[in-house]
Design a protein around this ligand. Structure first.
Ligand code: 5GP
Ligand code: ZN
Length: 114
């Protein structure tokens, strides 16, 4: 989709530090990391938010969660532990309206999210 930063990363218009890729998803280091490990996983299909994932099209969620496992292994945090976050819409803190999952780790994360 035009004017979508994450679509531009997928088509190579904007560079990224790639961590993992499949037919359905791309994972790359966040440009503004909030933890020693901070990876963003995006579907290659432009889906604006979690609310746009409909019955019968949930295979994208399987792909994202399985990619999170692989990212955790690649980054060496699978056993230590990590956190996955999907921000949705304005009050959820979503800034980029292309569905994505954050994978955070590499340190003890705070217990409370705000
Ligand atoms: P959101 O707040 O929408 O859940 O998170 C968007 C994330 O994308 C932020 O953590 C932000 O740092 C990251 N981000 C924004 N633009 C870019 C970019 O051009 N490259 C990379 N690698 N990450 C980006
Ligand atoms: Zn997009």
């Amino acid at each position: 989709m035009e004017d979508c930063i994450f679509c531009k990363i997928i088509n190579g218009e904007i560079p990224c530090v790639k961590v993992y890729e499949t037919e359905k998803v791309l994972a790359f280091d966040d440009i503004n990391p909030m933890a020693p490990v901070h990876v963003v996983i995006i579907p290659k299909e432009h889906i604006p938010t979690l609310m746009d994932v409909t019955q019968g099209k949930t295979d994208v969620l399987d792909a994202i969660f399985l990619a999170a496992q692989e990212v955790a292994r690649i980054k060496g945090i699978d056993k230590r532990g990590f956190r996955t976050i999907v921000n949705c819409n304005k009050e959820g803190g979503q800034l980029i309206f292309h569905l994505h999952m954050h994978v955070l780790g590499g340190k003890k994360l705070r217990d409370v999210l705000n």
